[in-house]
Design a binder for this molecule. Sequence first.
Ligand code: URA
Length: 278
Amino acid sequence: MSEPSRPTAVDLSRVLEQHLESLQAAGLEWVPASKEPLAPPKLPQSTALPAAAPVATSLAGTSSSLPLLQPSDNSAHTLDARRQQLDLLRQQVAACTRCAALASTRTQTVFGVGPLDPEVCFVGEAPGADEDAQGEPFVGAAGQMLNRIIMGCGMRRDEVYICNILRCRPPSNRQPLPDEAGNCREWLERQLELVRPRHLCCLGAVAAQNLLGTRLSIGKLRGRFHDYQGIPVLCTYHPSYLIRIPDPAKQREAKAQVWEDMKLLLTRMGRPIPTSKK
Ligand code: URA
């Protein structure tokens, strides 16, 4: 077998051009110039997408020089390749400084947890203090409520994927700013592209409005399915909202509405609806 020939400058510029085109197709509008020298890209050996990222360049707005992932068509990717890419993405997210203020106050980034190809991915708003400390979404009080919702649906937490619109904790748990959600959008999209959930469930208005690109209230968005890139999306109230309702009757009513939403989701998933909800 002959040695593979070294890539020429023309090969490199073609790979770079293709890569930029695919970023553009994925919605990226600009890529800042890097002061760091570029590492030589590894050219794909075949036309199928390789397991790990083929193009090495520094990533927009991050301090890392990890390989930039090839977005879009993952159809040829094996589970292992997707796992590797998700791990690379996690490392890129951990080095992200696109939101300078959030990067300076966070303890760590909070990426997401759960298996690939889950039946459902729950999308929340942003990490709180507990999540910032532990590096996992929904581990505080809201997480306890979410766990009860998941169990009430007859599922286990470790069989669903959980992530947020933001990967950094906003100070004092304020809502994400539009530019913060915009900066984190690429991470979210790429994460969902690699995780490939069969259904999405947005928890609260911030998640629903950001994911779906709408200003409609959660009251108007819940109770029916929406679409995110071909994935059915159900929106419901945020677990923190359920906890915060002071009036017990109103809280029961909101919980009942969440249960109605979960029944819709379970039906769409083709799963049985547990008779005694916890
Ligand atoms: N914890 C999270 O991870 N996300 C939320 O939206 C709320 C609490």
